[in-house]
Design a protein around this ligand. Structure first.
Ligand SMILES: [Zn+2]
Length: 387
């Protein structure tokens, strides 16, 4: 077994289901917090468990540079290394490498790039990206792709899409030949718990820029290669929000309904609800964690910039409708003071609340889908007054 996906409820486009991974069950649609270097900055793993996090995302590029995939493999893989027994997804490293515009060179073989840490030169190919992700040992891993920049002309978008398709085939081939090498499989941990040896699941990534026809072609040809799940990549790269939504909708129409769909790198609370309504099953974004570290907090009453002086003597909780451990215990005045004093605790508490808000939002989305209340869907989830 690598991954099973059960669709429990579907009403029109929106659906609720369960991903069964070698490290536990994940209820979908799911928002995956980002733990870039195998850590959600400022939040210990037991708190993530308490928040109900069922799957975390970690970044291959960062872990490859530090501490290095050999070290993680020797420590038994990411789960054991970071003491996280639940599911993990790693990206392929492609997106981060492509963000290093001045530091990279792309050929058909792969990408040469320079480390943002020390300027040293490295090379990622579909094969080496798979090798790294197998060593890290996440439950779900991603094919190596090229994230097409925005804007890009028609010829460039097609060439980039074709490259991603060639790399998808090479990723799958390497993975199929080497999937038994995952560290927790070798350790026999999972083999003991399940009737057949467990392996990771490799997802394909659909590209095709902002072109509907290329998106359809990319989806069809990626599905033809065959993966247990499909990601929609190449979005949130600077295009207008309305265009992101349009391309998501156009791409989903060409993905199989019985496989999980993962929209990479989105979004605001409103957006993740909207995408779940369109039939997206998995999402990840640095927004709730990064914004928290900058004092920007998402609440049922809208965004709160906790640094503002108006909160200096505000005794109320950050979000009166939130039951998280931060809102139950601390006042806005105290959170504002921690932030203004640059206390480490501010980052941790702010992140716990923002994650709680995102996870709670998705919980309510799943509930609404399960009740089949699609007509009242958005109003159910966003029933509270906004300022
Ligand atoms: Zn809260």
């Amino acid at each position: 077994m690598s991954l099973t996906f059960h669709l429990d409820f579907a009403s029109s486009e929106a659906r609720a289901g369960r991903l069964i991974t070698p490290h536990g069950e994940v209820e979908t649609p799911v928002f995956m917090p980002v733990g870039t270097v195998a850590s959600v900055k400022g939040v210990p793993q037991e708190t993530l468990e308490e928040l109900g996090v069922q799957i975390l995302l970690a970044n291959t590029y960062h872990l490859y540079l530090r501490p290095g995939v050999t070290t993680v493999r020797q420590m038994g893989g990411l789960h054991r290394f970071m003491a996280w027994p639940r599911a993990i997804l790693t990206d392929s490293g492609g997106f981060q490498v492509f963000s290093l515009n001045d530091l990279r060179k792309v050929t058909d073989e792969g990408v040469t790039f320079r480390s943002h840490l020390d300027g040293s030169t490295h090379f990622f190919s579909p094969e080496s990206a798979m090798e790294a992700q197998i060593a890290l040992g996440a439950d779900i891993i991603m094919a190596f792709d090229e994230c097409t920049e925005y804007p890009a002309d028609a010829a460039r978008t097609r060439a980039s899409m074709e490259l991603t398709l060639r790399w998808a085939e090479r990723s799958k081939k390497y993975f199929e030949d080497h999937k038994a090498e995952v560290p927790w499989n070798a350790a026999g941990e999972i083999a003991r718990a399940t009737p057949v040896p467990a392996t990771q699941a490799l997802f394909g990534i659909v590209q095709g820029g902002m072109d509907h026809k290329l998106r359809r072609e990319s989806a069809a040809r990626t599905v033809e290669i065959g993966f247990p799940g499909y990601a929609i990549g190449g979005l949130s790269v600077g295009e207008p929000r309305a265009l992101t939504r349009e391309i998501v909708e156009a791409t989903i129409a060409h993905l199989p309904s019985d496989k999980p769909r993962y929209l990479m790198g989105v979004g605001t609370p409103e957006e993740i609800v909207d995408y779940a309504c369109l039939g997206v099953d998995m999402m990840d974004c640095v927004l709730p964690t990064r914004a928290a570290r900058h004092g920007l907090l998402f609440t049922s009453e809208g965004k709160v910039s906790i640094k503002q002086a108006r909160y200096a003597q505000d005794e109320t909780p950050l979000d009166p409708n939130c039951g998280c451990r931060v809102c139950r215990r601390y006042s806005r005045a105290y959170l504002r003071h921690l932030y203004a004093s640059n206390e480490v605790l501010a980052q941790g508490l702010n992140t716990v609340h923002n994650l709680s808000f995102y996870l709670d939002t998705m919980r309510r989305v799943r509930h609404a889908i399960r009740l089949g209340e699609r007509s009242r869907f958005l109003s159910d989830v966003w029933s509270r007054p906004k300022p």
